[in-house]
Design a protein around this ligand. Sequence first.
Ligand SMILES: Cc1cc2nc3c(=O)[nH]c(=O)nc-3n(C[C@H](O)[C@H](O)[C@H](O)COP(=O)(O)OP(=O)(O)OC[C@H]3O[C@@H](n4cnc5c(N)ncnc54)[C@H](O)[C@@H]3O)c2cc1C
Ligand code: SF4
Length: 453
Amino acid sequence: MGTSISGIRGDRLSSADYEKNFSDLHPPLDRHQALVAADRCYFCYDAPCMTACPTSIDIPMFIRQISTGNAVGAAKTIFDQNILGGMCARVCPTETLCEQACVRNTAEDRPVEIGLLQRHATDTAMEKNIQFYPRPERTRHRIAVVGAGPAGLACAHRLAMNGHDVIIFDARVKPGGLNEYGIATYKTTDDFAQREVDYVLAIGGIEIRNGQKLGRDFTLGELAENFDAVFLGIGLAGVNALRIEGEQLSGVEDAVDFIAALRQVEDKADIAIGRRVVVIGGGMTAIDAAVQAKLLGAEEVTICYRRGKEDMNASEFEQELATSKGVMIRHWLQPKRVIGKDGKVAGIEVEYTEMQDGKLQGTGETGILAADQIFKAIGQTFDPTCVPNLRLDGGRIAVDAEGKTSMARVWAGGDCVKAGEDLTVTSVAQGRDAADSINRALAAAANPAVAVA
Ligand SMILES: Cc1cc2nc3c(=O)[nH]c(=O)nc-3n(C[C@H](O)[C@H](O)[C@H](O)COP(=O)(O)OP(=O)(O)OC[C@H]3O[C@@H](n4cnc5c(N)ncnc54)[C@H](O)[C@@H]3O)c2cc1C
Ligand code: SF4
């Protein structure tokens, strides 16, 4: 341990190295590889893989379709449940979901490559721009969706499938939510997030208005008054602070902002990265920031997590990915103070931690890690200021089992509600299910006799 002189700069690598480092983490299967992979499925009658999928995709069915050469039919099976099945195939932590549950996931064998097979099917259909859902006759119901992330897009598509007109309002300049601004570059390598938005919108009946922020440009009350229903898929706009001395120093950055900048930049050489980078946190964001810092040419990247390996939110696969790229993960360390020199980060003082009587405590033993850049990845928070009248639960929007909020005709889903894991696939499931609930509510309101029956 020691201190370092600031060495944050871009252009650390050759353009060939940037290209190699940020290539596809899991390259797609070709047709022959897909047939071989599909052949390994037992087509289990009780399909535990399907139960483990938050969107309940009929996995044995789509794998069977691939094995008979019908990748387009497989794509329809996937999209029927999950219209963002293409992105989910790239970003789902399959090792903790379907592939973990696969009966072939044993010590002697390995799971069926469900994620890669899903990508093969969805890419095949999307490359040919095959649309499976003709727009039915318009109902003339208008629904406002706030947030064009996975939850909002899935909700809007299902509503359009039912003939409703949808307007999506989003604060940012591009739609896609964290699919566009959060997912690691090596998980979605090209402009796939925008191509997927275009694919979803091709159904018709959905208009996106970017640069429109709830709470600034309009209120929830106005939406509820002017639309037949409202869906909120506004994610987590806030970030947790370290709340330690030196946090304001130049070189202390939010990991989510760093990842977003990397996703948006034309030339990776424009992203400034330190020589010695420390990432504070233990989740997916911490891993993604650390791995990408290494891929950008940082010499030393260390993740500090205040608990043990088994407590990390990042899956074992992700932890192994990080260490395989040269990231050092150190457990039982919490930040105490950022050390500065000439207004810039020079290191971070950390304290060892331990569990005492079931509580995490500092041991008093400290040390200094040299660093010229520190990324905070200690979690995002829901910012309730744009929805002042809604009931919250655990700091997020409170919803019932159908996604209904405490306000009449307002539903919510995705990261902004307290239900399920904060994952792309969970958000898609909640957006889709809220749309079904909205659809039922509109049908019941239009035909009360049916509702009573
Ligand atoms: C760095 C990072 C990496 C991740 N990697 C993965 C991964 O590999 N795999 C995975 O499954 N999950 C991953 N996740 C989690 C996943 O991205 C989220 O669970 C998912 O995107 C949540 O979808 P959402 O639609 O609820 O919210 P978001 O994707 O956050 O979208 C919310 C949208 O609402 C808009 N919005 C917010 N406030 C307002 C407002 N007031 N008015 C109007 N619009 C507003 C935002 O601009 C945004 O477009 C990652 C998350 C992060 C932060
Ligand atoms: S559990 Fe595995 S083998 Fe069984 S249906 Fe699912 S993917 Fe196929």
